[in-house]
Design a protein. Structure first.
Length: 211
């Protein structure tokens, strides 16, 4: 929510930007969806992708599904905050939507990979980087097999990528281990709520209390 007491010398406080990263199968999307049910004021940035929709997915809900030609045109127009190729498919995050949403004082959450998080950090150094991890690689493999969405080759690639992800966990601000879902969800919500009440943010939002 924007500051009603903002002036030309005291601009509105931008919404928080949460960047959530996790290896595939760690439960990131489930945790984020549960968080958004508890914190509906957070805006979820929906990425663009060239991969085909899976059964039950709809454009504009899970992703915006576009062709490689359309994706390339968007890159050329500078519309993406970051974009990358993952498992042969292209993914991109809308820069303009994030800027406008935050300028209105609303919080924004991004679900991206560690490479995307690095790119976002360069443009939004105030972002909060949250890493979701499984309790072990063995548990991650079990989850990937049980969900039944990928072939053995794809699962092997995802596990290899997960091991590479572990080399970049130290770049994050917070690490949440998703062993018990309810505990991990509480941890994630606690990070969000704590960031909303930092002294710097609260004193700008409620400057009239200490002026």
């Amino acid at each position: 929510m924007s500051d009603p007491h903002a002036t030309a010398t005291n601009p509105p406080v931008s919404g928080c930007l949460y960047v959530v990263v996790a290896p595939s199968g760690a439960g990131k999307s489930s945790l984020v969806n549960a968080l958004l049910e508890r914190e509906p004021d957070i805006g979820l940035s929906i990425s663009y992708t060239t991969r085909p929709p899976r059964p039950g997915e709809a454009s504009g809900r899970e992703y915006f599904f576009v062709s490689r030609e359309e994706f390339g045109a968007m890159v050329a127009r500078g519309e993406f905050l970051e974009h990358a190729e993952v498992y042969g498919n292209l993914y991109g995050t809308s820069r303009l939507w994030i800027e406008k949403t935050r300028a209105n004082g609303s919080d924004v959450l991004l679900e991206i990979d560690w490479q995307g998080a690095r790119a976002v950090k360069k443009l939004f150094p105030d972002m909060t980087y949250i890493y979701i991890l499984p309790p072990s690689i063995e548990v991650l493999q079990e989850r990937l097999v049980k969900r039944g969405k990928d072939s053995r080759d794809v699962i092997a690639k995802r596990l290899a990528a997960a091991r590479e992800d572990l080399d970049h966990v130290h770049e994050s601000d917070y690490v949440i281990i998703n062993e018990d879902f309810s505990v991990a969800l509480t941890d994630l919500q606690s990070v969000v709520r704590a960031l909303r009440v930092t002294a710097a943010r609260q004193l700008r939002l409620h400057a009239q209390l200490v002026s």
